[in-house]
Design a protein around this ligand. Structure first.
Ligand SMILES: *[C@@H]1O[C@H](CO)[C@@H](O)[C@H](O)[C@H]1NC(C)=O
Ligand SMILES: *[C@@H]1O[C@H](CO)[C@@H](O)[C@H](O)[C@H]1NC(C)=O
Ligand SMILES: *[C@@H]1O[C@H](CO)[C@@H](O)[C@H](O)[C@H]1NC(C)=O
Length: 440
């Protein structure tokens, strides 16, 4: 039987929360639907009216998010990405939505989204052009922020094509300042660090968390398992730098959920959802909700995993073990008691040798030491293991490119008797580096 020995060295790294962006938004990672990964820059409404970037597409997705139960589990933002604009500003220098594809304008679309109880997100670029070549905000920062506010936009994703990465330290905060000055609270999603990393610069994360609600660290997701794996590896390999930056109001964004598209198997889709929850990632579905198969919809609507993602402590999880294709990821969550946390634990099997792998471990070896024990539950299989002590050995079977995700809740009368959260906020980070020992 495989055995794991893990030693977690606990070191508190506390970010001064006063230094983080405080616009009252994104207290938990934003959830919603975002067009890009699935619908890209399809502007051919003539030949492909149902799939082009258009008013109709966003109204349809809005309707389905509500009617098919996505809104009920927390998906809230309907977000446009690139390719919504006319190629030129108008004679007043204003951005104009494509007149054919968005014939009623953005304010009308925002009103529609709001009328369904949802929120409306838009896309622009800190540069001369968007990535697809539409007008960027450079030279019009104040003007465009005011325009978005006048359209009742709730969320702005600001990309970084056709811009100088060295100017972003000044430019992203400047646009954020203008968003703030409008008086309308808008989530601010930045691509600032990823473009600087591409340019070989070291992003200033203390400035980034001061100015952005979320930000992209790494490559755009593509519709493939290798893309998902590369993102998981990036977040694991760079976790000491990345993880401490997450917290209520400011999140790392590993990019969209591609669950339900063409590239991931059922197991791989479960893996993406589980690891994104461990990462405290924004949950932005990019999928055709008209045709998604029920088993993938069920993954996206898994309330127990969404609850992990949306945990109020907002502590991003980490990879605590990696050996021979088996990884273990852990995220501290509520309820807490004294210095103890509850945890979500994901066992990930990266092996491709075609048969499920057994992983056997005691809770204590995972760093779960509370003497009163933990109530352990499987979040996909609906298995309740009951209350286990730290010495109990658990054994899970993890499918190739699949995952088992457990929730381990501290089990104590005191936990429920006390005020569950307030005394622990704003703890940001409880892990230090973990040591990776091998299977014995
Ligand atoms: C944006 O356009 C201005 C004016 O043409 C130019 O000076 C600047 O270098 C351009 N910026 C980038 C990043 O290309
Ligand atoms: C603007 O910034 C101030 C100071 O951080 C904050 O209190 C306020 O809520 C912000 N307003 C908006 C609309 O974002
Ligand atoms: C990073 O940004 C902070 C806050 O804006 C600033 O005080 C600090 O000097 C910057 N650090 C570097 C290395 O530029």
């Amino acid at each position: 039987m495989l055995r794991i020995l893990l030693v977690l060295v606990v070191a508190a790294v506390i970010i001064d929360q006063n230094q983080a962006l405080e616009n009252g938004l994104a207290r938990t990672p934003p959830m919603g639907w975002l067009a890009w990964e699935r619908f890209r820059c399809n502007t051919d409404c003539k030949n492909d009216p149902d799939n082009c970037i258009s008013d109709q597409l966003f109204r349809t997705m809005t309707d389905i998010v509500v009617s098919e139960g996505y809104a009920a589990v927390g998906y809230e933002y309907i977000n446009i990405d690139d390719c919504w604009l006319e190629k030129e500003r108008d004679f007043n220098g204003q951005l104009v939505a494509d007149r054919q594809r968005f014939p009623y304008g953005m304010k009308s679309l925002a009103n529609y989204v709001h009328s369904k109880g949802l929120k409306f997100g838009i896309y622009e670029d800190y540069g001369n052009y968007t990535c697809a070549g539409y007008p960027g905000v450079l030279g019009y920062l104040e003007n465009d922020a005011a325009l978005f506010a006048s359209w009742d936009v709730d969320y702005v994703k600001l990309d970084g094509c056709y811009a100088h990465p060295s100017e972003m330290d000044q430019g992203y905060p400047e646009f954020g300042f203008h968003l703030n000055q409008t008086g309308r609270a808008m989530i601010y999603s930045c691509s600032w660090p990823v473009y600087q990393i591409y340019a070989g610069m070291q992003p200033n994360f203390s400035s980034i968390i001061q100015h952005c609600n979320l930000w992209r660290n790494f490559d755009d997701i593509q519709d493939s398992w290798s893309s998902v794996e590369s993102i998981i590896d990036y977040y694991g390999n760079n976790q000491d730098v990345i993880v401490p930056n997450a917290g209520p109001g400011h999140w790392n964004d590993p990019d969209m959920l591609i669950v339900g598209n063409f590239g991931l198997s059922y197991e791989q889709s479960k893996t993406q959802m589980a690891i994104w929850a461990i990462l405290a990632a924004p949950l932005l579905m990019s999928v055709d909700l008209r045709t998604i198969r029920p088993e993938y919809k069920a993954i996206l609507q898994n309330k127990k995993i969404i609850e992990v993602d949306q945990d109020p402590l907002g502590i991003q999880g980490r990879r605590i073990y990696k050996h021979k294709g088996i990884e273990i990821w852990a995220r501290p969550i509520t309820p807490t008691y004294q210095n103890y946390y509850s945890y979500a634990i994901a066992f990930l099997n990266r092996r491709t040798d075609g048969t499920p792998s057994d992983v056997s471990v005691t809770l204590k070896e995972l760093g779960l030491q509370y003497p009163g024990g933990y109530r352990v539950e499987d979040l996909y299989e609906d298995v309740d293991y009951g209350v286990l002590t730290p010495q109990t050995k658990i054994k899970v079977k993890v499918n190739p490119s699949g995952v088992v995700i457990l929730r381990c809740d501290l089990q104590s009368e005191d936990v429920y008797a006390s005020n569950r959260y307030s005394q622990y906020a704003p703890l940001n980070q409880v892990y230090g580096k973990s040591r990776h020992n091998s299977f014995k």
